[in-house]
Design a binder for this molecule. Sequence first.
Ligand SMILES: Nc1nc2c(ncn2[C@@H]2O[C@H](COP(=O)(O)OP(=O)(O)OP(=O)(O)O)[C@@H](O)[C@H]2O)c(=O)[nH]1
Length: 291
Amino acid sequence: MAHKAGFVSIIGKPNAGKSTLMNALVGEKMSIITPKAQTTRHRILGIVNSDDYQIVFSDTPGIIKPHYALHESMMHQVEGSIVDADLILLVTDINEEYDEQDVLKKLQGSTAPLAVLINKIDKSNEEDVKKKAEYWNEQLNPKVVFAISALHDHNIKAVMDFVLENLPEHPAYYDKDALTDRNDRFFASEMIRAQVFKQYKKEIPYSTEVIVTAFIEGDTLHRISAEIIVERESQKNIIIGNKGEMLKIVGTYARRDMEEFFQRKIFLEMFVKVIPDWRSKKNYLKKFGYE
Ligand SMILES: Nc1nc2c(ncn2[C@@H]2O[C@H](COP(=O)(O)OP(=O)(O)OP(=O)(O)O)[C@@H](O)[C@H]2O)c(=O)[nH]1
């Protein structure tokens, strides 16, 4: 059998379940998952290897109307991942209420085989699933529509089979040992960011960036320093909390996640820094890895 390899882009609206799906497909906790929308800011590759194939999944930020330079960068990543794709998985929430025209628009002109995945069917009924399937068939004429639950691992195997069937013949793109293109620093910062999303309300998570400033590896212990960057002094106070108690909670949970992920003891120190309006400043966005 000829070797197959290709790029599979997972796209859709915020909160549709893209990261949950990617983690179910890849079988690792690559992408952070929180109940809030817009948690994924970068394209993240998750790679599944076997002797006969290499599937490079790409989890992308949710499709939104851009309000900040940060959002523009996020949308460029979505567009890039549609252009690069050998296959596209469009994830939609069965209970999605707002307009999906922006999603449809992004897909115009794409020639890659497309599957629509109607997600969260555990929170729906057969009739609604059927209606949604008809809607998507009409709108996009995809190769196939799957009804799935990424969270409950329902029909994920069928999606995987579809991907394998439609993957082009190609040599591997990455080393067969690789699970992702992201490094340990990235995952460390994502684990802190996930806690920021979990522990704080309203605008705080969206105004926050996390930068790992030092990552010293050891056989039994990794030493990690990170900066939590916010836009205003008032946000800094909220992040730190009364007598530092909020920051302590973030640190405790993030450290726990890191210890599980890296299989090491972790020493974690964090500093909170204010950079006014960093989300609108191109130079900072560039520095933080957004193009
Ligand atoms: N009930 C149910 N909830 C799900 C399912 N899949 C995902 N979720 C939940 O939906 C929420 C959003 O999931 P994510 O995977 O972070 O969504 P996303 O599309 O990556 O979101 P962004 O990163 O914001 O674009 C989380 O609370 C998930 O647990 C599902 O099949 N059923």
